[in-house]
Design a protein around this ligand. Structure first.
Ligand SMILES: C=CC1=C(C)c2cc3[nH]c(cc4nc(cc5[nH]c(cc1n2)c(C)c5CCC(=O)O)C(CCC(=O)O)=C4C)c(C)c3C=C
Ligand SMILES: [Fe+2]
Length: 492
């Protein structure tokens, strides 16, 4: 796996108590399934603002006012305070929005139609969908990164890996009822968010764009266009940013918007990450506090945060902020718990590694065994990188890790549920949307703002090394049956 180069993922962590600091073969279109809710009336949910095409605005949403945006170039951050924003965020039931010129004078009134696009991973609805879903995932260059010269191998490789992994994945999905619950839960979250925004006098249309399965992101965008949305807030349903998740979805959005002159002018605000929002942190703390109470000796329970892993190269070579954001997120949750008098020990480990590369450590399975050996008797697993139940909570944690823990000497096991439609969490997401509205600006088609990891950071030496090792890897993977089976074994 080639190192992903720095791209949109760089989020400046300023003003924070920073301690450490994913189409193919079976794609089809179901226009209605991407569209969740329709605001009954067009109203203004933002203050006046300059509305001329600027750059992509990517906002790391936090409850503090000290914020910064990344313009798609590594290490280029423009503090929000320096951007041409006029007015405050507010929602009113007034029809139409006023765009102010640089003198703050209302120069144009137009009917506003706000759209919220929820980005998510998607999951197979049935066992029959598993292999094509995996194909879509592995065909994503943000998931398996090949040197550019070998991009023609991306789809054959995705075919190979998806076929090799499908039996194991199918077992997992069969164990949780024969498919992923992700679509249903994301639909529910979208409905809850629409209702929350409506209650805050900010009616919006909510759309769902999945990266690897239905309803696909392309489909949601077509619906957004068809509906005449005039302002769009993009909200990835991943609290922490990773190149492999929110980054991949945002990159896809950019490529769609780049090809469409109407979309290229649409004011868009992207909430890159929101793990540090007070509402999210408090909602997580509430869930942990509730689960701790189910143990007979709550104070003796080890709080075990388990996050989805990413390959180490994403963080070390490509500057993926995922690990930093994860550690910071856990710090904030623990800090919140301390204010409630909860001083339990805690630890963080990474789960769900795939393939023969180094992933973020420590690995969840290894830590569980170690904790058992050390005499830990009570453990509360907290899934922290995703806000819905999915295969990795329902199968990997609830079945595999639970069994491993019990075999390792841990006697009392608990697991915090995913946030799902928890009202305090949905209300906070609604606030995040409202806060993001004033910073919506059009994406431009200029190369300076295009997220393209390959072009933005051309390094001839690194490219030569990548080409060399890439060709060796491609040769062995495609030519050597022995290595193919070794690779398969590693995946299976
Ligand atoms: C923050 C969350 C996630 C990160 C980071 C992430 C990175 C990542 N994932 C894979 C490979 C697979 N992921 C799979 C399923 C899956 N992944 C996430 C979240 C993150 N992935 C979720 C929520 C799900 C479950 C979807 C569902 O159907 O419920 C799968 C398929 C399941 C399986 O076979 O295990 C694969 C494969 C990589 C390679 C990667 C980073 C590079
Ligand atoms: Fe994953």
């Amino acid at each position: 796996m080639e190192a992903a180069s720095p791209a949109i993922g760089r989020v400046k962590l300023s003003g924070l108590d920073s301690r450490t600091s994913r189409r193919g073969s079976t794609k089809s279109w179901h226009p209605t399934s991407a569209f969740i809710g329709r605001g009954r009336k067009s109203v203004t949910c933002s203050g006046g603002e300059l509305n001329k095409p600027l750059e992509l605005v990517a906002v790391s949403s936090r409850h503090s006012t000290d914020d910064s945006v990344n313009l798609g170039k590594p290490n280029v951050f423009v503090p929000l305070s320096k951007r041409k924003l006029v007015g405050q965020t507010f929602c009113s039931a007034r029809v139409g929005t006023f765009h102010e010129n640089s003198f703050g004078v209302a120069s144009h009134a137009a009917e506003e139609k706000i759209g919220v696009l929820l980005l998510n991973l998607g999951g197979p609805d049935t066992l029959h969908d598993v292999q094509p879903f995996l194909f879509n995932l592995f065909a994503d260059p943000d998931i398996i990164r090949l040197p550019r010269m070998f991009r023609f191998l991306q789809r054959p490789l995705a075919q190979l890996i998806s076929v090799a992994r499908a039996p194991k994945s199918k077992e997992g999905y069969a164990a949780i009822g024969g498919g992923s619950p992700l679509r249903k839960i994301t639909d529910e979250q979208a409905n809850a968010l629409r209702s929350a925004l409506e209650a805050k006098n900010c009616p919006v249309d909510v759309y769902i764009g999945m990266r690897y399965w239905h309803p696909f992101t392309e489909e949601a965008i077509q619906q957004i266009k068809k509906d005449g949305v005039t302002k769009l807030v993009v909200l990835p349903l991943y609290p922490q940013f990773s190149i492999s998740t929110s980054g991949s979805s945002i990159r896809l959005l950019q490529s769609i918007f780049r090809e469409d002159s109407h979309l290229a002018r649409l004011p868009v605000s992207i909430i890159e990450s929101w793990y540090e929002r007070e509402g999210y942190i408090k909602s997580m703390a509430n869930l942990i506090e509730q689960e701790l109470r189910t143990f007979s000796r709550p104070e003796e329970v080890m709080i075990f945060f388990s996050a989805h892993g990413v390959p180490v190269s994403y963080v070390k070579d490509a500057g993926d902020p995922y690990q930093d954001q994860m550690e910071e997120c856990i710090f904030f949750i623990m800090k919140e718990l301390k204010t409630r008098g909860i001083n339990n020990e805690h630890t963080l480990a990474y789960q769900s590694r795939v393939g023969p590369v180094q992933w973020l450590k420590p690995y969840t399975d290894e830590v569980i065994v170690e904790l058992g050996q050390k005499g830990v008797k009570s453990l509360l697993a907290v899934p922290v990188s995703f806000v819905s139940e999915h295969i990795e909570t329902l199968e990997e944690i609830d079945m595999e890790y639970k069994n491993l823990a019990l075999e390792s000497g841990i006697e009392n096991w608990g697991r915090v549920p995913a946030l799902g439609c928890t009202s305090s969490f949905i209300l906070d997401l609604a606030d995040a949307v409202i806060e993001a509205l004033p910073s919506a600006t059009a994406m431009t088609t200029t190369s300076s703002t295009t997220i393209s990891s390959d072009e933005s950071d051309f390094d001839p030496i690194l490219t030569a090394i990548n080409l060399f090792f890439g060709s060796i890897m491609a040769f062995f993977l495609l030519m050597s049956p022995k290595l193919i089976s070794a690779f398969k074994n590693n995946l299976l």
